[in-house]
Ligand binder design. Structure first.
Ligand code: GLA
Length: 401
């Protein structure tokens, strides 16, 4: 009896002390993840080549830092229950791989699942949370994506809390990325548990479509975008809505990739590339490394943008930025190009959530076109521009001194 009492006291004390590692994602995390392009076909050589490419293509200089191996890196648990990487795919072990990635000035991420098996049928962390977190810390892991397959009957908040506490106890600061697809409204409870949480099911490399896999669906860029409605007030520095990893460079048109990237910037979404960094076209590199677009995403206020209007497949989005700046994005969802007109003086843009207003009646803002990389007038004149099909005009507004 006395022994049980002591154990209860100790475990309550342990969980009271545990917390999320604060301050690891004050701006949306930027990196790369293997899943969208490689699925289960992961091995140490490919991951090292991706790290090399991240360092040499300008991705690292643009701010990308996490190299995350998604599902299927796992081998068996050893006789004591510790997880091991797949011996043929990762023969040098995870510590050596982490060291390699760190030697490039980058950070290392890994994947597990709250259930007994991952979505790809590999060993999950259920019942092994503390042992797995210990291993990750020992290997030098900096980022953990934690999935939600095979969790029947489990409580999501409790499961993610357990892993958060395990990470904290293991002692190595690790960005904790919740991947339960928004099923249990993580935005309502995950702020103190993780640094980002998926808001939807899986993305697919299609601008505007739904792919039905029978028991589940994957979603196009526009479908995912629509599912973000109503969530912006839950996001901010160190706790982000995650509309899933990007499909830029995975087969959509350049216009569509540009629109996708721009919207992820407007949403203050984590920028996790999902393409093969070893083989990128010039256009893909230009999109993923556009420093002006990235600065909108990485703005330190961390305010998620909002849809101001939507008419005839044309959406106008705004995002308040530091120093009284704003980002504006004109998104053409139609399959035809169109001419957009916007009278700044007639539109008063008031953001109740951030308590900011874009006061174009009393102030003039200079306009900078992020993709054309040039200034184009100011808000004292009507804005008029052609927006190609499935494309955007993305701009930064700066108050005239
Ligand atoms: C789920 C996740 C994906 C990916 C796969 C791996 O579907 O949502 O992002 O991690 O599992 O199996």
């Amino acid at each position: 009896m006395k022994r049980y009492f002591i154990i209860i006291i100790l475990s309550v004390a342990a969980s009271l002390n545990a917390q999320k590692f604060e301050g690891l994602a004050l701006t949306p995390p930027m990196g790369w993840n293997s899943w969208n392009n490689f699925a289960c076909d992961v091995d140490e050589n490919m991951i090292k080549e991706i790290a090399d490419a991240m360092a040499t293509t300008g991705m690292k200089d643009a701010g990308y830092q996490y190299v995350v191996i998604d599902d299927c890196w796992h081998g068996e648990r050893d006789s004591l229950g510790f997880i091991q990487p797949h011996p043929d795919r990762f023969p040098s072990g995870m510590k050596a791989l982490a060291d390699y990635i760190h030697s490039k000035g980058l950070k290392f991420g890994i994947y597990s699942d709250a259930g007994w098996k991952t979505c790809g049928g590999r060993p999950g962390s259920r019942g092994y949370e503390y042992q797995d977190a210990m291993k990750y810390a020992e290997w030098g892991v900096d980022y953990l994506k934690y999935d939600w397959c095979n969790t029947e009957g489990m409580n999501a908040e409790g499961a993610y809390l357990t892993m958060r506490d395990a990470i904290f106890k293991a002692g190595r600061p690790i960005v904790f990325s919740l991947c339960e697809w928004g099923n249990n409204n993580p935005w309502e409870w995950a702020k103190d548990i993780g640094h980002l949480w998926r808001t939807t099911g899986d993305i697919t490399n299609c601008f505007d479509c739904v792919v039905d896999h029978g028991t589940w669906k994957s979603w196009g860029i526009m479908q995912i975008l629509d599912m973000q409605d109503g969530l912006r007030e839950f996001a901010g520095p160190d706790h982000w809505n995650d509309p899933d990893m990007m499909e830029v460079g995975n087969g959509m048109s350049v216009n569509e990739d540009r629109a996708h990237f721009s919207m992820w910037c407007m949403l203050a979404a984590p920028l996790i590339a999902g393409n093969d960094l070893r083989n990128m076209t010039k256009e893909t590199i230009e999109i993923l490394t556009n420093s002006e677009a990235i600065s909108i995403n990485q703005d330190r206020l961390g305010i998620q943008g909002f849809k101001y209007s939507a008419r005839d497949s044309l959406e106008i989005w705004f995002k308040p930025l530091e120093y009284g700046h704003w980002a504006a994005c004109f998104l053409n969802r139609a399959e035809q190009s169109r001419v957009v007109e916007f009278d700044w003086e007639e539109n008063k843009i008031n953001d109740e959530f951030s308590k900011r207003s874009l006061n174009t009646q009393s102030e003039i803002y200079n306009l900078y076109n992020v993709w054309a990389r040039k200034s184009f007038g100011n808000t004292s004149a009507k804005f008029k521009s052609e927006v190609p099909a499935h494309d955007v005009v993305l701009m930064r507004l700066t108050p005239v001194e």
